[in-house]
Design a protein around this ligand. Structure first.
Ligand SMILES: Nc1ncnc2c1ncn2[C@@H]1O[C@H](COP(=O)(O)OP(=O)(O)O)[C@@H](O)[C@H]1O
Ligand SMILES: [Mg+2]
Length: 272
């Protein structure tokens, strides 16, 4: 899109993530679900991260946020606003400058009223009023704040998750599949909200397997396969027959979509 600034906000390079696992009780081995991932997000830019289920999208998000499981072995370079993202820095930024819309509603605390959860991290003097405003903005009722997660529908919980990500001073938003099984009107609302973050100057990482929706707002698209970045292209390259895309993999991924000529053979082997 036209007026995107080009100041790198997040730079991830040569990211590799492994897990040590016990096999047959005592033997240890290391698996590497993320082998060589890279992605860069500029201020005010929306980068869609697309890839099949299990390709490593959530792990990428969790690495940037510093919430990988404790048995994860991590290497690579991650810079935020030009400086290394150390664990201490991630903790300081998480939920403040870097906000997260997780894939699972299980990230909510089952024992805390949802209104209270949205108030965390807000200025205590105005937290209540801000939370109620956010609820209205996301189509939730004022009284819903008193409910516990189990009392809300899946769709409402997703909106609560979204509300927790809206913070003054947010510079990077990481949304992990924010639109699964969502009805079209809610979908366009979520895309609009993400676009608003970018228009306010934040960088947005939109993790999804819904390329078509992502292209409505994305500036660039990073394609992930088996834990590695296959290609990063301008969103505008995803058009026609995909001849402007850089790799055969992405071209085939693009052509496999029902909107295009629907390469069924590819869909069977790669999109699972
Ligand atoms: N804690 C873990 N221990 C071992 N393997 C894991 C762990 N978390 C994720 N993985 C593996 O890493 C791969 C990528 O997972 P994930 O990032 O969740 O994929 P995606 O979000 O793209 O669907 C998967 O094969 C998954 O099984
Ligand atoms: Mg995931």
């Amino acid at each position: 899109m036209s007026n995107v600034q080009t100041k790198p906000l997040l730079q991830v390079d040569h990211l590799s993530i492994g897990f040590s696992q016990y096999v047959k009780g005592t033997q240890k081995r290391i698996i590497h679900p993320i082998a060589d991932m890279h992605v860069e997000i500029n201020e005010g830019e929306i980068v869609a991260v697309v890839g099949a289920s299990g390709s490593g999208k959530s792990l990428l998000a969790h690495a940037v946020l510093g919430i990988l499981p404790s048995n994860a072995i991590f290497s690579g370079k991650m810079l935020y606003r030009g400086e290394e993202l150390t664990p201490a820095r991630m903790e300081k930024l998480r939920g403040r400058e870097i906000s997260f819309i997780p894939q699972s509603v299980n990230y909510l605390d089952p024992l805390m009223r949802v209104g209270r959860q949205v108030q965390i991290g807000l200025d205590p003097r105005t937290a209540r009023a801000q939370q109620e405003k956010l609820f209205l903005q996301y189509g939730l009722q004022k009284n819903d704040g008193r409910l516990f997660p189990f009392e809300l529908s899946g769709g409402m919980l997703r909106r609560v998750l979204f509300a927790t990500s809206v913070r003054e001073g947010v510079r990077l938003v990481i949304a992990d599949e924010p639109t699964p099984g969502i009805h079209p009107q809610a979908l366009s609302e979520i895309l609009r909200q993400l676009k608003q973050f970018a228009e306010d100057g934040a960088g947005v990482m939109l993790i999804t397997h819904d390329i078509i929706s992502a292209l409505e707002i994305a500036d660039r698209v990073a394609v992930i396969k088996d834990g590695a970045t296959v290609e990063i292209s301008e969103a505008s390259a995803f058009e026609g027959n995909g001849e402007r895309l850089k790799t055969e993999y992405t071209q085939r991924l693009w052509r496999a979509l029902p909107q295009n000529d629907f390469d069924l053979e590819f869909k069977r082997e790669a999109v699972r």
